[in-house]
Structure formats: C-alpha cells, structure tokens
Design a protein around this ligand. Structure first.
Ligand code: ZN
Length: 67
C-alpha cells in the first residue's frame, strides 16, 4: 500500500501495512528502518553513553498511519 509522508504529504512510499482496525495501520518506521536505533545517524556516535532512540518512532521501530 502507498503512504504519503513529508511536510506536505507529497512523498509516496510503498510499504506493508498491518491493519489494526478503525482506520489505523501500523508500518515499519520509515526513518530508522525498524530497529529503533538512531545512533547510526548521529554525527559523533562515539560520544554517546547509550544508544540514541529513533526520533520518529521513539525506539519502537513501528509507526502508525491512517488507512
Ligand atoms: Zn524509527
């Protein structure tokens, strides 16, 4: 299924969506790829004392969308 993301919701991304009912869907996080780890994007990961959680999914690796 296609989801529309970005500030103006004009970027199309094709993903697998789990239908949770009532118009809610769950997808793999589009920012971190589903591992919930933001450390790979941090410019100086060696300065971190613990792994940084993904900003978008808060470390869960999943996001909710409307379907
Ligand atoms: Zn994420």
């Amino acid at each position: 299924m296609t989801v529309y993301v970005g500030w103006s919701r004009n970027t199309e991304v094709t993903v697998e969506i789990a239908d949770l009912g009532c118009g809610a869907g769950e997808i793999v996080c589009l920012e971190c790829g589903g591992d919930g780890d933001w450390t790979k994007f941090y410019p100086e990961p060696e300065t971190l004392t613990e792994p940084m959680r993904c900003v978008d999914c808060k470390g869960t690796g999943r996001q909710l969308v409307s379907i």
